[in-house]
Ligand binder design. Structure first.
Ligand code: PBG
Length: 322
């Protein structure tokens, strides 16, 4: 035999030398959930070790993450039901605790990269990402609401706007509104290929944001479709997105790969709540090894082509790889 591929696997040193994909803490954006109030740290039952934090304790949490080398975060608000309405008006009100938290976090940690969520669902009494009328999600009437939310977040000092709503034309609408308001340096990471997935369940528990009626299939993509992701990506690039995201990650590695091969724009992937919950559940039962499993999953996402990974595993990765 002239070729013996096993020769390149014979020792740890050689295996490391020929390793094609390497993970670094710089690859990750760590999601954090914030609630109004003080001294609150509530665990989300379907997401072990993930908490809803009040701002005071969140600042300490961010500090501990920064000490572990994590420099990028995405912030999601858990909003009290009493503040929700049909038009998500709380999302851009001056006294909004989420906007105040963005300002405070960026003042305390000016060098971190902070990303937001833009969609109506955390603030909507209907629990949908867009405006609901007679059971239908209105596309064009949702756009100004998303833009108002985005400009308010830019004003608060956010680094990257994260539209997760899947309305048509929202990247262009938001880009133009940001530019008109003088925020031409605020970036947009578009949730480009966001699928109507069953893997978001734990996240909706975290924010109490599940749709009150119906599902999200008229705006989120059909898990059966691949070409459609290219259509979404072409539009997002034309409309001004700085990053293209695929979500979820693990069942959609082919989509990540496809976008990576077709576009020069950085590709991100959201390793979502259900993917996190599965690894925890199986390891709690002694069926899978937690550390090995989650690191293999993250590696597969990067190998598929993701430049950036939003993941609840970021802190555990940082602790293991200090
Ligand atoms: C909603 C939003 C969702 C997630 C991020 N933003 C859920 C949904 O679309 O219902 C899911 C993230 C996760 O599951 O970790 N705009």
């Amino acid at each position: 035999m002239n070729q013996r591929p096993r020769r390149n696997r014979k020792s740890e040193s050689i295996r490391k030398m020929v390793q094609e994909t390497n993970l670094s803490v710089n690859d990750f954006i760590y999601p954090l959930f914030i609630v109004d109030g003080a001294n609150i740290k509530e665990e989300i039952s379907s997401m072990p070790n993930v908490f809803r934090w009040s701002l005071d304790l969140m600042l300490k949490e961010i500090e501990s993450c920064v000490n572990l080398g994590i420099n990028s975060f995405v912030l999601f608000p858990a909003v009290d039901d009493s503040l929700k309405d049909k038009v998500a008006s709380y999302s851009f009100q001056k006294e909004n605790f989420y906007l105040k938290a963005i300002s405070k976090i960026k003042t305390e940690f000016p060098s971190i990269c902070l990303m937001s969520d833009v969609a109506m669902d955390p603030y909507s009494s209907d629990g949908h990402d867009g405006l609901v009328e007679n059971g239908k999600i209105l596309n064009d009437d949702t756009l100004p609401i998303l833009s108002n939310m985005s400009v308010a977040q830019a004003q608060a000092g956010i680094d990257i706007i994260g539209p997760s709503d899947m309305m048509d034309g929202r990247i262009g609408h938001i880009r133009e509104s940001l530019d008109n308001a003088g925020y031409e340096n605020t970036s947009i990471m578009s949730y480009t290929a966001k699928y109507a997935s069953a893997f978001y369940g734990p996240f909706r528990d975290a924010l109490d944001s599940a749709p009150k009626e119906g599902d999200k299939k008229t705006y989120q993509m059909n898990p059966a479709n691949k070409k459609e992701a290219l259509i979404e990506a072409e539009l997002d690039v034309l409309e001004g997105a700085d990053f293209l995201m695929v979500k979820p990650a693990l069942c959609y590695l082919d989509i990540i790969h496809q976008l990576k091969n077709s576009f020069e724009t950085p590709i991100s992937a959201y390793n979502v709540s259900g993917e996190y919950a599965m690894v925890h559940a199986a390891s709690k039962n002694g069926w899978l090894d937690y550390n090995d499993t989650f690191q293999e999953a993250l590696l597969s996402i990067k190998r598929a082509g993701a430049d950036v990974i939003l993941t609840y595993f970021a802190k555990d990765f940082a602790k293991l790889n200090r």
